[in-house]
Design a protein around this ligand. Sequence first.
Ligand code: 5GP
Length: 202
Amino acid sequence: MRSGKVFVISGPSGVGKGTICSVLMRDYPELAATTVSVTTRAPRAGEIDGVHYYFRTNEEFDEMLKAGMFLETVDKYTHRYGTLYSEVERILDSGKNVILEIEMVGGLNVKKRIPESVLVFILPPSLEALTKRILSRGSETPEQIAVRQAQVEEEFDLSAGYEYFVVNDDLTDAVEKVRSIIIAEGLKGEGKEIKKQYFGRE
Ligand code: 5GP
């Protein structure tokens, strides 16, 4: 059985990457699973510890960092976020692909550590559509929204290091595109390897 790969899904705040990932997991549970990150930010309404994030204090985060538990970490919006090695391994061990729904600095760091990982950037249909979505979510203060909008341009600059670009105009279409990327990446191989597999020589 072909082993799974790590897929990083990034994109501006409010672009709908969370929804794309949840639909993908719901409709294709055998294909991939998402990791649960650690964060020092407070839970939003409805968020559950161990499901949406592992909500930890700054001190606890420091201890985990010191213990070498993170594949990558980032300081963002005055909070810290980190991907646990154990989460990635748990999913790979189950034979599935891993989806990391993380921001771009973290994504580029994952690529450095795991060169065969695949970076996918989700784009809004337009910048106006993005602002509208953030406002309609209603979970952030105007100051927080301003900070997040200022990050958008920076994120587009970082997207130069990404390999796939999916516009989230239509949810079903975006999910299918991400699924196609995962499937196609899983089929990648080297002619040399394939020949060896079939004929026992290169
Ligand atoms: P939020 O606070 O809205 O849940 O997430 C803020 C940003 O942090 C989002 O872009 C999200 O994808 C990103 N994020 C969540 N977990 C991680 C992580 O473990 N590492 C990195 N680098 N970014 C993360």
